[in-house]
Ligand binder design. Sequence first.
Ligand code: ZN
Length: 154
Amino acid sequence: MNRSKWLRECGVAFGLLVVLAAIAVPVYQRSRKLAKQSGCYHVLRSMTAALDMYAREWDGEYPLSDDWPDAIRPYMQIRWPPFTCPAVGGDDEPVSYAMAAEPGGTLVFWDVHPLTGEPAFRHDDGICVAHADRHVTWMTAEEFGAAIGGSADE
Ligand SMILES: [Zn+2]
């Protein structure tokens, strides 16, 4: 095999690797995003189940909106970190969800920024929410604004 043929074949092989990487990397990134969103759904479902258990034990009363993490923590199936969206990450245990002042309204829990408490659209420019009927969905900013407008204030 002469040197130019060997170089040409190496170039073809390298080109194929680049094409495969160009295909595989976005697929991998997309699957990681979906895994984090699925994990967020799991946390939201656990939180609504814990909230229901709390309300059953306290004659239908919901915890105060400031105290909800401590109030429902004993009922959570997730031990650590119980109130942190998987897309937030970090070594500490920030509360990255908010609870509606009136959990019987349209929305119950949603993603927020751990420091500011503002709604966080961290899942593909959307937000994961738990509804009053206990189903969990992803919403665009517009859908969330309309839903929160019809719900209790946060
Ligand atoms: Zn989330």
